[in-house]
Design a binder for this molecule. Structure first.
Ligand code: SF4
Ligand code: SF4
Length: 156
């Protein structure tokens, strides 16, 4: 990360007075705990990583919104001047935002379906248990009837 800062500072020194380079999120890999909170916060899916693994920012996709910074519990994301990768265009950012929303929707649907299956599974278990209990009650009832009738038969 240090090299990037130096590079960005060098580039910024070449800019006209008052102009700044657009910002880009950078993950400090020494501190990342792989909690995936930044992934959930990023509106354009510009962060890659898996649970308990180091996360990285896709430089060409980051729009510099800083949402990931406040989401990180260990403060290991910094916003640095964008040294040499181009800022993604508005159309690309919009497309990635929409694609992310569709992905979230698909995941939500899949979770809903899984929950539904689990609930119907629970219902069928409950139905089977009720059927077994009813069958047992019928058998016990028949045995009781048989015993009663056999006692009555002995008396006669
Ligand atoms: S700054 Fe915004 S676009 Fe860039 S990685 Fe963080 S949340 Fe994503
Ligand atoms: S929020 Fe921070 S610690 Fe968690 S995965 Fe992202 S960069 Fe790593």
């Amino acid at each position: 990360m240090k090299n990037l800062i130096l590079k960005a500072l060098e580039l910024e020194a070449l800019l006209p007075d008052g102009a700044t380079l657009p910002l880009l999120a950078q993950v400090d890999e020494d501190w990342c705990i792989g909690c995936i909170r930044c992934i959930k916060a990023c509106p354009v899916d510009a962060i890659l990583g898996a649970p308990r693994q180091m996360h990285v920012v896709l430089q060409g996709e980051c729009i510099g919104c800083e949402h990931c910074v406040s989401a990180c519990p260990v403060d290991c994301i910094a916003m640095l001047p964008r040294a040499d990768s181009p800022v993604p265009g508005a159309n690309m950012a919009r497309w990635r935002y929409q694609a992310r929303n569709q992905r979230l929707h698909r995941e939500q649907e899949a979770r809903r379906l899984r929950r539904g299956k689990m609930e119907s599974g629970t219902n069928s278990v409950a139905a089977r248990q009720a059927a077994v209990a009813a069958a047992l009650a019928r058998v016990r009832g028949r045995r009781l009837d048989q015993r009663r009738s056999s006692r009555g038969g002995t008396k006669l």
